[in-house]
Design a protein around this ligand. Structure first.
Ligand SMILES: NC(=O)c1ccc[n+]([C@@H]2O[C@H](COP(=O)([O-])OP(=O)(O)OC[C@H]3O[C@@H](n4cnc5c(N)ncnc54)[C@H](OP(=O)(O)O)[C@@H]3O)[C@@H](O)[C@H]2O)c1
Length: 235
C-alpha cells in the first residue's frame, strides 16, 4: 500500500511502540489518530508528532464505538488499524488473581477484538483495509509466570488467524507483528526490572520499521506474521 495520504488508527499510540509506529506512519505521509487512557500523555504525544488524539480505553465497548465516531468526524475513511494497546501482568499460576487476569484479557484480547470488529465492518464495506496486531514472542511460546500475558497474546494470535480467514475475501490484510523485548515502559508497568542502558536491545522504532515495511508491500500480497528479535541482546 501507499502510506502517503492513507489514514491510520493506532491504539496505545501515546507511548512506546505505538508512538513510534504513529510517528513513522506520519513521516510516510499518513494521517494518523492515536488512542490512550492517560489524557495528558495522549495530548503531549499527539502534539509531538501531529497525530489526531482520541481519549479512549479499548477495553470499554462504549469508548471503542466513540473512537470510530470521532475518527470519522476527522477522517472520511480508515485504511489501517494498528491494534497495539496492551500491557502485562507477570505472575505464577498459583498466585494469579481473577481481577488481574481479566484486566489483561480485557485490553489485550477483548479490546483488540472490539477495535478490529468496528474496523472490519468499515473495511468490508470499502472492500479493503489493513489490520496490524501487535503480538509478542509471548504469542508463540509459553513461559513461567506467563498465564495472563502470554495467554492473552496467544489469544490475539489465534484471533489474527480467524480474522485473516474471514477478511481476505474483502481484500483485508490481517498481520501479526511479534516484538521480542523492546525498551519501553512496558516492563516498569508490569512491575519488572529492565536494563534500559543496554544499547543492543530493540527500540520502538525497530518495530515501527517492521510495521511500515509490512504495510508498504504491494497489496497483491502480505506478510502474515513477522517476528522481530534483537540481534545480540546480551542480557
Ligand atoms: N516492550 C516490549 O518488550 C514488548 C514486547 C512484545 C510486545 N509488546 C507489546 O507492544 C504493545 C505496546 O507496548 P509498549 O511496550 O509500547 O508499552 P508501553 O510503553 O507501556 O505503551 C503501552 C501503550 O498502550 C496504551 N494502553 C494500555 N492499555 C490501554 C487501553 N486499555 N486502552 C487504550 N490504550 C491503552 C498506553 O497508554 P495508557 O496507559 O495511557 O492507556 C500506552 O500508550 C503491547 O501490546 C505489548 O504487549 C511489547
Amino acid at each position: 500500500m501507499n502510506l502517503n495520504e492513507a489514514t491510520a488508527l493506532v491504539t496505545g499510540g501515546s507511548n512506546g511502540i505505538g508512538f513510534a509506529i504513529a510517528k513513522r506512519l506520519i513521516e510516510a505521509g499518513a494521517k494518523v489518530a492515536i488512542t490512550g487512557r492517560d489524557e495528558k500523555r495522549l495530548a503531549a504525544a499527539g502534539k509531538a508528532i501531529g497525530a489526531h488524539t482520541i481519549h479512549a480505553d479499548v477495553a470499554r465497548e462504549a469508548d471503542v464505538l466513540r473512537s470510530y465516531k470521532e475518527l470519522f468526524q476527522r477522517f472520511d475513511h480508515l485504511d489501517v488499524l494498528v491494534n497495539n494497546a496492551g500491557f502485562g501482568v507477570i505472575a505464577p499460576l498459583v498466585e494469579m488473581d481473577v481481577a488481574s487476569f481479566e484486566q489483561v484479557f480485557a485490553t489485550n484480547v477483548t479490546g483488540a477484538m472490539l477495535m478490529a470488529r468496528e474496523a472490519a465492518r468499515h473495511f468490508i464495506e470499502r472492500k479493503g483495509g489493513h489490520i496490524v496486531n501487535i503480538g509478542s514472542t509471548a504469542a508463540v511460546r509459553g513461559a513461567a509466570k506467563g498465564t495472563a500475558y502470554y495467554g492473552s497474546k496467544f489469544a490475539l494470535r489465534g484471533m489474527t488467524e480467524c480474522w485473516r480467514a474471514e477478511l481476505r475475501q474483502y481484500n483485508v490484510r490481517v498481520m501479526l507483528v511479534n516484538p521480542s523485548e523492546v525498551l519501553t515502559d512496558f516492563y516498569a508497568t508490569a512491575g519488572l526490572q529492565q536494563n534500559t542502558n543496554n544499547p543492543t536491545k530493540l527500540h520502538g522504532d525497530d518495530i515501527a520499521y517492521a510495521v511500515q515495511s509490512a504495510l508498504e508491500m504491494d497489496d497483491r500480497g502480505f506478510i502474515t506474521e513477522l517476528t522481530v528479535f534483537a540481534t545480540n541482546p546480551k542480557d
